[in-house]
Design a protein around this ligand. Sequence first.
Ligand code: WQD
Length: 338
Amino acid sequence: MKVLVTGGLGFIGSHTVVELQNKGFEVVIIDDCSNSDESVLDGIEAITGKKPAYEKLDLKEKHKVEDFFQRYQDVTGVIHFAASKAVGESVEKPLLYYENNIGTLVYILKELCKKNKASFIFSSSCTVYGQADEMPITEDAPVKVAESPYGNTKQMGEEIIADTCKVTPDLNAIALRYFNPMGAHPSGEIGELPKGVPQNLVPFITQTGIGLREELSVFGDDYPTPDGTCIRDYIYVVDLAKAHVVALERLLNGNNESNYEVFNVGTGTGSSVLEAIQSFEKVSGRKLNYKIVDRRAGDITTAYADTTKANKVLGWKAEYTLEQAMNYAWIWEQKIRD
Ligand code: WQD
């Protein structure tokens, strides 16, 4: 069968395309290249020897989505990454986020509902939990009022899928709630390509390490944590990509217990900002230039996953550590700056 990967030229999307191809799936990518580059196709081909089919298409254009599914009747599985994902930007431009993240989801679901059987994997986020009351965070933790329009689009997206699955028994869906994706493929052929100044910690660390950024600002060291900096669950992007293939196969093999399931995808280990910096310094052999500054608005103190459900029900477990993932992030940074 052919699998549509929307946002397949993006960071997590491209790594997932590689893992799908490694498992023998035929892939077609839709990407509008608003936050990615067509050259990623060459990176994927360099790894797997197969260049995926690709259509540059804006999923906000409903008729183009309808036309795509007319032309690709054999696409009955979709992994949906395409979305805007900058928390800060979503606060300044909420309608851009609601149109791009919700509108496109609705158009794709409408097409899948026309099929007599369809599988759908949704890129969700631990952001839906806000600051959870208990650690580690289980899938039963309450979804809290979103701290940003970005986080709200993930919460709304899950609700839209759940509501649709309730009345569409032939639509089988899984939402994967990512924790903090990081790293790059071991081949050095694909990795994270943030446009402009990175919002996320790890690319800012590696860009500072290579001298592209003067110094890293650590947003606060007065949090109620052992070293005062925020704690996150940093998951290696290849581990995360593999979780998508396992989830899709679960649906294709009919192993799902209901037609809408949710899984946390993390390592189950929390690491502080300072620990992330220390892991960089260890793998690079370089001292990182950073300074402690004020807290960043909207940041939560601690988030790391309870991975019991993913391990026992989904049958997936993260294999790489923060340090191993940081090593691949550093190798990638050096390669793209050569
Ligand atoms: C991690 C920690 C910062 C940058 C967000 C989204 C989440 C997902 C991942 C899309 C925090 C600190 C960061 C810097 C710093 N996005 N930090 N200096 O905020 O946990 O999650 O990105 O899917 O949905 O919410 O990730 O990497 O921005 O921050 O000190 O220059 O690093 O304060 O504690 P975050 P992050």
